[in-house]
Write a protein that binds this ligand. Structure first.
Ligand code: 5GP
Length: 178
């Protein structure tokens, strides 16, 4: 089975951009597309998620269609069971609770936490149009996730420079393949 790489970190930390950069420079990785019940945001890329309603999500969950799932700030998010025939390494851009579920099932999983300073996080969330109370909710959630990620021995990458952060993650993935 190919390697699983979990990339977690606060919304607004730049995980999506890093993952796209990583895919460009490394043809041996691919990204899993999650399902979510939240509504699309203006900054979502066209293929960010399968956007579904509560009933569709619940049905897929009950049928065992997810390898992990979690409720995050009132919405459901889940990773569909990976295709066994996929030979490329699989990146899961999911929260730390999802990372915990995956590492429990697949201990070889690589866990990476992409982080930014709180002040920078607030700036980026405001820039993408999040409302003030939602920003504070996400900053508090980021603090909780950071702590949980430390307990799970995640590797921390500070995304103060996109090129540097992508390079560091690529090095971690290359080492893990050995
Ligand atoms: P957002 O609403 O900003 O797109 O995502 C909110 C949080 O849910 C982020 O931490 C994101 O990584 C996480 N997330 C996205 N997809 C999944 C998934 O399939 N499973 C889990 N557990 N978390 C997810």
């Amino acid at each position: 089975m190919s390697l699983i790489i979990v990339i977690s970190g606060p919304g607004g930390a730049g995980k999506g951009t890093i993952v796209r950069q990583l895919c460009k420079r490394d043809p041996k990785v691919t990204v899993s597309k999650s399902w979510t019940t939240r509504k699309p945001r203006t900054d979502d890329k066209e293929d960010s998620y399968f956007f579904v309603d509560d009933a569709t999500f619940r049905k897929h969950k009950e049928e065992g269609g997810f390898i992990e799932w979690n409720e995050f700030l009132g919405f459901m998010y889940g990773t569909p069971k990976p295709d066994n025939k996929e030979e490329r390494d699989l990146i899961l851009e999911i929260d730390v609770s999802g990372g915990r579920q995956i590492i429990t099932k697949i201990p070889e999983t690589v866990l990476i936490f992409v982080d930014v300073e709180d002040s920078e996080l607030r700036r980026r969330l405001a820039q993408r149009g999040d409302e003030t109370d939602k920003i504070e909710e996400r900053v508090i959630e980021a603090k909780r996730e950071r702590k949980e990620a430390k307990d799970l021995n995640y590797k921390f990458i500070l995304n103060d420079d996109l090129e540097k952060a992508t390079k560091e993650i690529h090095e971690i993935v290359s080492k893990a393949r050995l």
